[in-house]
Design a protein around this ligand. Structure first.
Ligand SMILES: Nc1ncnc2c1ncn2[C@@H]1O[C@H](COP(=O)(O)OP(=O)(O)OP(=O)(O)O)[C@@H](O)[C@H]1O
Length: 284
């Protein structure tokens, strides 16, 4: 699905009629084509979570609008809209009285009539999604007895079973170990490219944006909201301006692959380069 935001801006108000300064330094504008991935980057408190809620209509924009496939979001019926949108909020250690399998089966709700019980095919879809994110072995375990990262993976699997056309993810990789992060990033990229699912993902990891994103939206308090390709947006100077930190962009290519990363200059070490150059058994 195509997602567009035109001149969106927002503020939190204590009472309905109150006004307050807008959160975003300039209005938010972007178009996300079907099957494309947009990463939202910005410092803590910049308004990334708020932005996801405004984009999906969970918060009403104070200004501007979201269009979904060309139609203003408030013209969509909630039921129809949420059939297409999968939303994975930030992981909190919630207490669920369910097993992981039951949690994921709940994601089939759009396909199950309100009084019916989940069927064999619903459980099969849940198992497939759990396998996809690498935690099928936890299917029977209680949600209360898994780690935060495992619960996060289950919440992603719950979204996948409803066959969404849009995936909105709020820092889905933040509690995961490095191997699970890769599973999530690869799964998202595959879903976007093979199933034409549009993805919007909040992340604190520049590397993940380099790997995933077709476009990046960068925000920070009192700064212009900028949207463009990864190369246009994630420059050393913009990162300095928006994150108030000096970073070096490192490019390394090997066997037709490019490794792109950004490292804070403060984290550079003063060891002899020759000590760092080799790893594993190369140096023996
Ligand atoms: N319900 C709320 N009422 C009032 N202010 C809020 C509310 N939720 C968030 N805020 C404020 O709005 C601003 C943006 O918050 P938001 O959670 O969207 O930022 P974020 O970029 O997602 O942060 P982080 O990277 O730390 O998760 C912050 O200053 C926050 O304190």
């Amino acid at each position: 699905m195509k997602i567009e935001v035109h001149d969106g801006n927002f503020f939190y108000a204590k009472k309905k009629r109150d006004v307050a300064p807008f959160i975003y330094g300039t209005d938010i504008n972007f178009t996300l084509e079907p099957g494309h991935i947009m990463a939202i980057l910005g410092p803590n408190g910049a308004g990334k979570t708020t932005l996801l809620k405004c984009i999906t209509g969970l918060h009403d924009w104070k200004k501007g609008t979201t269009l979904v496939d060309g139609q203003p979001i408030n013209k969509w019926s909630q039921k129809e809209l949420w059939k297409h949108i999968g939303y994975v909020p930030q992981a909190h250690k919630m207490v669920f009285g369910f097993s992981i399998e039951e949690l994921v089966v709940m994601g089939r709700a759009p396909y199950i009539s309100s009084l019916a019980q989940p069927k064999k095919e619903d459980y099969e879809a849940a198992h497939k999604a759990l396998e996809e994110v690498g935690i099928l072995h936890l299917a029977k375990k209680s949600c209360n007895h898994v780690s935060g990262g495992e619960l996060q993976l289950a919440l992603i699997a719950r979204t996948l079973v409803s066959n969404p056309k849009v995936l909105i993810l709020d820092e889905p990789e933040s509690h995961l170990d490095i191997q699970k992060q890769v599973i999530i990033l690869q799964t998202l990229k595959r879903l976007a490219k093979e199933h034409n699912i549009s993805c919007i993902i909040n992340t604190h990891y520049p590397n993940h944006a380099f790997y995933l994103a077709d476009q990046v939206l960068m925000i920070a308090k009192e700064k212009k909201a900028v949207c463009g390709t990864v190369a246009e947006t994630m420059t050393e100077s913009r990162m300095r301006e928006y994150f108030n930190i000096e970073l070096r962009k490192i490019l390394y290519d090997q066997d037709d692959y490019v490794f792109e990363t950004m490292i804070p200059t403060e984290l550079a070490t003063q060891r002899e380069a020759v000590e760092c150059r080799f790893n594993d058994f190369d140096h023996v």
